[in-house]
Design a protein around this ligand. Sequence first.
Ligand code: NAP
Ligand code: MG
Length: 522
Amino acid sequence: MTRGTALKAVPFCYDPPYPGTVPRSPAMAAAEDYRSHLPSLTYRNQAFIAGKFTAAASGKTFDCISPIDGKLLTRVAECDKEDVDRAVKAARAAFDKGVWSGVAPAYRKKIMLKWVSLIEKHKEELALLETLDMGKPIANSAGGDLPSSIRCIQWYAETCDKVYDELAPARPDSISMITREPIGVVGAVVPWNFPLLMASWKLGPALATGNSVILKPAEQSPLTAIRIAELAAEAGIPDGVLNVLPGFGETAGQALGRHMDVDMIAFTGSTEVGKYFLRYSGESNMKHIALETGGKSPNIIFADIPDMDKAAATAAGGIFYNSGQVCTAASRVIVDEKIKDQFIELVARHAEKWRPQDPLDPKTQMGSMVDEAQMDRVLSYIDIGRKEGAKIAFGGERARRNTGGYYVEPTIFTEVKNSMRIAQEEIFGPVLSTISFKDDAEAVRIANDSIYGLQANLWTRDITRAHKVARALKAGTVNINATDGGDITAPFGGYKQSGIGRDKSLHALEKYQQIKHTYIQL
Ligand code: NAP
Ligand code: MG
């Protein structure tokens, strides 16, 4: 699959190939149905510390449930403070020995590329684990999450021996060197919506720059993280350099955030928990904190839109993709009142295609919510919207109840005011709020009236308007005539309460490094 393939409903920050085109790898085409792989699938369910699988020190486990049918997949080690201590000791020892931090960058690259090839080799298994664990359609895991995760780690591996240090333009009787050093022990705490991809956004740059990492996956989706740590060891990443601690946020996550020997936390998740990490840092060792947090992205539709049907299809994909469990979800359509009714009707027509189906069927576009709690949360927001006076134009109910899984219909609200909770709060579900505007200034004001600033989208054929509005939008990414543009080469992160720092691109390397100035008097 190459660039130039016709792309529809471009999903969240994927590198090509995109779903929508539903690419099939040879193994997938042969199997046609991933369900046939199920009997041979095994689950790694322990912590990975110092190159070995291990139970939690307490011996405790938690249930890993598939949201596809509500059934138990496996019981996973429930790591806690003691396990965090063990992992930090292993990570620090590896870092201090220089087995990774001190080797030639080209060697790091070679090992990381070997790891990439092992992930590639096991991509069918990993895609299946991802779908079973968090309920996303297999076409997305296999066609989006896996190729994008692979490309991410590969891309950062390639940076190992291609990024140079600097000399400052200092006085001629001196040499003023600016060099980059790995920061040390990095805690990566990630969410469940793109489990492997969000982990890859941290692991790629953190490992390429020579750090030791402790990854804490979300409790809802630990399986792929545990598996790729095993593959990392197989590739030759030395013991202690990559550790994975499944467990809960309040215990394992907090212990990492407060640990006196962790140098940095790279976090993706909610704004609320992001703020906890700032507090943990302030109350412990002032470790660096990089945050990728929530969003409530506006999708502004001007009346001069080039192709209304394409914009409506993209608006539907922008909120229903991954069941709306996307930080950049285009959850607020802000549409010119002149075309409002026509546009919403078109979006509703496209919503029909997003009704949830079996995630293991390769034709499925929308799967389940990640768990029962998330489904209940989304349904409660739908209730809040109704009570606030917004009207449901599509969906609004739980779906596929007889499967035992946790599904919600794609839902569209009309008559939404931007002050309503459904327009202000991140629902993280397939729920679209539509709001109308009279002129450009009002569109920008509504778009920016949010605590978030992760991404904004606008649709117009007028290039001057496009640039003026793009500049006025307070967001880390602005898409023009698209909703989720940009691959691994473009930086990604938020303004306002959507985060601190950037993932992806060369900019992401900076946060995993200390900058040292060495001055030499000649
Ligand atoms: P979350 O509840 O904030 O959890 C994220 C991670 O933090 C999980 O590993 C979680 O562990 C851990 N955690 C929870 N409470 C903690 C605590 N008190 N101390 C330390 N760690 C704690 O987010 P989520 O529900 O998994 O994911 C959805 C959120 O992620 C949304 O807000 C979404 O916008 C955001 N997101 C942002 C981006 C981005 O790049 N900006 C990308 C994807 C998602 P447990 O799972 O064990 O609770
Ligand atoms: Mg799960």
